[in-house]
Design a protein around this ligand. Structure first.
Ligand code: G16
Length: 553
């Protein structure tokens, strides 16, 4: 039987990690995220919270990931992962914030005791945590703080070493719901099980179809580089002619390179090719972000050589279109829905609703919001425009797919394909590597070029601008973040600007991962769109305490 919580031990250990007085921490879009030097006390406390969560959930394994994903290298962050591999339940995000902000060691103990009593936690329950980090230089020091927190609450911790965020999510799920491994180190198993699963599923999904031309992957100089390399080797072992990948921006050793002028966020926000990617007409390329949970694809147009982005909206359209076709061919009664955020391009929503005739829901930014909404459908396809997303097959859908009657050869083929797709997509969370294989498998089945994929619909020109303000917390939104409630009066001014542009749309929201306010705009022409974006950004800067330079093109 495990010991009960030793509060004196926690208090003593906590003295080494005092809370920085001047900082108010918030568990945001993807956990705590900020400059790495402010995070030690928070991460120590997250170790304690992970232990409490595990005890509360009858000793299920909780995941903890140390990463700041797309943020600059100097930042870091931490988030907790629930036993099913999903993001931490929202009520517990509040506990995380309370713990992080407890000023003294006594305050910390008081918060822990209140969490224990509010949740009726049996202190004597066993608890376990698995944790991993990305390649940031600040990672090892923060892992040490986490380990002290885990030790202080007497919990068994399994260090997975350097992993992508989705690997941590998948392994957490695996430990709770699949066979618990009895031998081998968790660090090695978390790689092996992941590679094996996705390499085998890819092989099944591709079938006998001929492969496509090689694809270049910009790994943002992050953890995706070594992991994709190893995954590609596993795929080669099964069938060595099916997937040819060249990895660029794979330098995880030199400091200052992570996400710098490369990676999915850079490409999506700037709508341009990353550094180190000499792209020619006919080439296919994609960019991952720093922890490999997002992906965007791109190519140069055949006839004018312009840059063409295939973002999360395009991935959703490709995935939904293919799945709907297979479901119809298989003769299955399964509903498919798509979930997006306000950043989804107006054209993508119109295409999904009018051409594919699928229901589309719009929710707030953050995978946790999309994931929950997607669970309402038999098959829920969710992607943020920034390339973060996955496809969820409900137990009902899986049951129908796996027990379907195969009357014709065509039906049998469609059912087999659907089965393979359910295994190929990482259903615990958006995963750049699994998404890459998922997209590639669909394109191989269809024998489509990027241009053919892209031609489903044409994006309205769109633009993202960041505005630095004194206090982004004064921005409050409603209507899935599309309408500003505060600062008062600002939304009316934005509406007036938007009304001046054909197909104009713009919204403003505070980022939950960076110290900025984000402005999104789209309009019928590139010129109008840029003009609208910078007018709205200027308005935000002038009326809501802009600092630094006024945003300009
Ligand atoms: C995280 C979240 C995403 C979100 C992104 C930006 O991505 O997981 O859901 O879209 O932050 O969020 P915000 O606009 O609030 O800063 P990542 O890839 O950084 O983990």
């Amino acid at each position: 039987m495990a010991q009960t919580i030793d509060y004196d031990k926690i208090k003593k250990a906590s003295a080494k990690y005092p809370k920085l007085k001047e900082i108010n921490y918030t568990y945001g879009t993807a956990g705590f995220r900020m400059k790495a030097e402010y995070l030690e006390s928070v991460i120590f406390r997250v170790g304690i919270l992970g232990g409490l969560r595990s005890k509360k959930l009858n000793s299920k394994v909780i995941g903890i990931m140390i990463t700041a994903s797309h943020n600059p290298e100097a930042d870091n962050g931490v988030k907790l992962v629930d036993p099913s591999g999903e993001m931490l339940e929202q009520q517990w995000e509040g506990y995380a914030t309370q713990l992080a902000n407890a000023q003294s060691d006594d305050d910390l103990i008081a918060v822990i005791k209140s969490i224990v009593s509010e949740n009726g936690i049996d202190e004597s329950k066993e608890a376990s945590i698995v944790y991993a980090r990305d390649t940031r230089p600040s990672g090892p020091k923060l892992v040490a703080a986490l380990e002290e927190g885990i030790k202080a609450i007497n919990v068994v911790g399994g260090n997975l070493g350097v992993k992508t965020t989705p690997q941590l999510h998948y392994f957490t799920y695996y430990l709770n719901y699949c066979e618990k491994p009895t031998e081998g180190s968790y660090e090695e198993l978390a790689d092996k099980l992941y590679y094996q699963k996705f390499a085998e599923a890819f092989h099944k999904a591709v079938g006998d179809n001929p492969c496509l031309s090689p694809i270049t992957i910009d790994a943002a100089n992050g953890v995706g580089a070594p992991k994709l390399k190893e995954l590609a080797e596993w795929i080669d072992k099964i069938n060595n002619n099916v997937f040819e990948v060249e990895i660029i921006n794979d330098d995880i050793k030199s400091q200052g390179k992570l996400n710098f002028n490369c990676g999915a966020d850079y490409v999506k926000s700037g709508q341009k090719i990353p550094t180190g990617a000499p792209l020619s007409v006919g080439d296919r390329a994609a960019s991952l972000d720093g922890d490999a949970d997002r992906i965007v694809f791109y190519y140069l147009n055949d006839y004018d050589g312009t840059f063409r982005l295939l973002d999360g909206d395009k991935i959703a359209a490709l995935a939904a279109g293919f799945i709907i076709e297979l479901v119809k061919t298989a003769g299955l009664d399964i509903n498919v829905g798509v979930v997006q955020t306000a950043y989804a391009n107006g054209s993508s929503r119109a295409y999904l609703e009018k051409e594919l005739k699928v229901p589309v829901a719009c929710v707030s930014t953050g995978v946790k919001h999309l994931h929950h909404k997607a669970q309402e459908y038999d098959v829920g396809v969710y992607f943020e425009a920034n390339g973060h997303g996955t496809v969820l097959f409900s137990p009902n859908a899986l049951n129908k797919i796996n027990s379907a009657e195969k009357r014709t050869a065509e039906q049998e083929k469609a059912i087999k394909k659907l089965q393979a797709l359910t295994e190929l997509i990482n259903q615990t969370v958006g995963d750049a590597l699994s998404d890459l294989l998922f997209v590639e498998a669909i394109l191989i089945n269809r024998q489509w070029t990027f241009h053919q994929w892209d031609s489903a619909y044409t994006d309205l020109p769109n633009r993202l601008v960041k505005v630095v303000v004194e206090n982004r917390q004064i921005f409050k939104t409603t209507n899935a973040e599309q309408t500003l409630v505060e600062p008062k009066g600002l939304q009316e001014k934005i509406d007036k600007l938007v009304a001046q542009y054909k197909d104009g749309r713009s919204f403003v929201r505070p980022s939950g991962t960076e110290d900025v306010v984000r402005v999104y705009a789209e309009a019928s022409t590139r010129k109008d769109c840029d003009e609208l974006a910078f007018k709205v950004a200027g308005l935000v800067y002038d009326e809501a305490g802009g600092t630094g330079g006024r945003p300009s093109e």
